[in-house]
Design a protein around this ligand. Structure first.
Ligand SMILES: Nc1ncnc2c1ncn2[C@@H]1O[C@H](COP(=O)(O)OP(=O)(O)OP(=O)(O)O)[C@@H](O)[C@H]1O
Ligand SMILES: [Mg+2]
Length: 505
């Protein structure tokens, strides 16, 4: 019997998911074969997460069918899907922050003897799982103390617990650097060779090219087509996805450095930054690069007042503002885009519009006699939404119901409702589709060319390399080096990542 006649490992027939006022998924026919990596590709809100949430038992279809080895299947819960060997790592993390890594990895399946929890076994088991995957994470660390990337790795380890025949990964590399992503791809290759079918969601063209066997393109809840990866390319995919061609992802940004906006002197923090000094001027984009855990996020968390500073000075537009809190920074004109939209940036029960208006409430929107200037609020937020390419129909929805990428746009839009002297963007394009990514880069260009200073903190190396006029590379909590203009390139940056530059200079 030929491969075409054996039923696929997992398939859907006419699968639909309707919410009040939205058809999130519309008559989806999809199939996954054993031993293939099948990529789902589509704009923010296209329905990718909706599809996999039903395959993983987290969500119930409105109509249509899911089949495993050709047999119709009802997946009432994630637990039930796991029993059938279907396991998913979702966009939104499921770890319990107050428990340790090891405890999370045993959650729901704790080793007990005579009713006693075997804590040693819990730890050893976690060690084995993490080592097996090549993830360098301390099993005793609390999840709340991990970086987003480390949490992502624990989440993946958890997804691979037990027997897995279908593995679903929703933007697993969104906060990983290249090195960690490569680890993951090796893992995917191993699983594939052992016959596991893998559904993989990503907005990153490079990795799609690297690992996909087949690609299904979605738009507005519908399947556009399924293609052999070898027979297509990035341009064709982007056009299928968005219905438009994208000429150039990275704009050329004019470099006209002016007065210093931010001057940091010998800053150390309780979160691991050691004696960091840097300067950011008006009219320039400054990149901050480094491996996960190098301190690049931590540095600005400390500056912004989210973690305590233990030594050093921070000047903003010439004034000493060491230790200022987020509320003050907002007034002073620093906008900070946190990497983790759930934890720090958004009130999930509020509409997108209300979220974007929040920074304005105590200032611009406060009218005479304390009345709220609603019309102005609507106008400013609609304008911000336009700048970040958030579709108007998303404005009134609670943010918690938006797709992952659209949440990221709201967070970005929050910064666009008022002018700032410095924009600090930590992982600005995580989870954002390629079309929007281009729009956000053009926004960075406009901000910079209008005289603002922009800091881009990113694990996405091409992003840092292409956007920045100057790059600081961090390693082990310290600034390992600075590169400017022509000197900015993949090789010198990687040398600084790994500390191999000393031998050459
Ligand atoms: N619980 C819900 N209630 C109402 N609408 C929802 C709900 N969950 C998802 N949606 C809507 O369904 C659509 C598809 O969302 P989905 O999360 O599947 O997109 P996606 O393709 O995963 O996008 P992204 O790339 O941004 O993650 C979106 O318009 C979203 O707002
Ligand atoms: Mg999604």
């Amino acid at each position: 019997m030929s491969a075409a006649q054996t039923p696929p490992l997992l398939s859907t027939v006419g699968l639909c998911k309707r919410y009040p006022g939205v058809v999130a998924l519309d008559g989806m026919d999809f199939e996954l074969r054993a031993g293939e990596v099948h990529v789902l590709f589509g704009e923010n809100g296209a329905g990718k997460s909706t599809l996999i949430s039903m395959l993983a038992g987290a969500n119930q279809p409105s109509s249509g069918e899911i089949r495993l080895h050709g047999q119709a299947l009802r997946l009432g819960s994630v637990h039930e899907a796991r029993r059938h060997g279907i396991s998913a790592v979702f966009q939104e993390f499921s770890l319990v922050p107050t428990l340790s890594v090891a405890q999370n990895l045993s959650l729901g399946d704790e080793p007990c003897r005579a009713g006693w929890l075997q804590t040693v076994e819990v730890r050893q088991r976690a060690r084995r799982m993490l080592d097996g995957l090549g993830f360098d994470i301390d099993p005793d660390a609390l999840v709340s103390e991990l970086t987003r990337a480390q949490q992502q790795m624990v989440e993946i380890a958890k997804g691979l617990r037990g027997e897995v025949s279908v593995l679903i990964l929703d933007e697993p590399t969104a906060s990983l650097t290249d090195r960690e992503a490569q680890r993951l791809f090796e893992l995917v290759a191993r699983l594939k060779a052992s016959g596991v079918g893998i559904i993989y969601i990503s907005h990153r063209m490079q990795e799609i090219e690297q690992i996909a066997d087949r690609i299904t393109v979605l738009r507005d809840g519908r399947k556009i087509t399924t293609l052999q990866a070898a027979q297509t390319d990035a341009d064709a995919l982007i056009e299928l996805m968005s219905g438009r061609a994208i000429e150039q992802i990275y704009p050329h940004i004019a470099h006209q450095p002016g007065e210093p906006v931010l001057e940091v002197q010998g800053l150390s923090s309780t979160n691991g930054v050691r004696a960091a000094s840097l300067v950011v001027r008006r009219g320039e984009v400054v990149g901050l690069a480094g491996l996960v855990g190098c301190g690049k996020s931590e540095l600005f968390r400390a500056i912004y007042g989210l973690d305590p500073i233990s030594a050093g000075q921070v000047r903003f537009l010439g004034r000493l503002l060491t230790g200022a809190r987020p509320r003050q920074w907002l007034r002073e004109g620093l906008f900070y885009l946190p990497p983790d939209r759930k934890a720090e940036g958004l009130v999930l029960g509020f509409s997108s519009q209300a979220n974007m208006a929040l920074p304005l409430l105590s200032t611009v929107l406060r009218g005479r006699g304390g009345w709220l200037r609603r019309r102005l609020g609507r106008h400013l937020t609609a304008e911000a939404a336009r700048q970040v390419e958030l579709a108007p129909h998303n404005l009134d929805k609670p943010v918690g119901l938006l797709s992952g990428g659209n949440q990221q746009k709201v967070l970005f839009g929050k910064g666009m409702t008022r002018e700032a002297a410095l924009y600090v963007l930590d992982e600005p394009t995580v989870g954002v589709d390629v079309g929007t990514r281009t729009a956000l880069y053009q926004l960075v260009q406009r901000l910079c060319e209008q005289g603002a200073a922009v800091v881009v903190i990113s694990s996405d190396l091409p992003e840092v390399l292409h956007l920045s006029h100057r790059v600081y590379v961090m390693r082990h909590g310290e600034i390992a080096g600075e590169l400017q203009g022509e000197a900015i390139g993949e090789k010198p940056v990687l040398n600084l990542f790994f500390g191999s530059s000393e031998s050459r200079s």
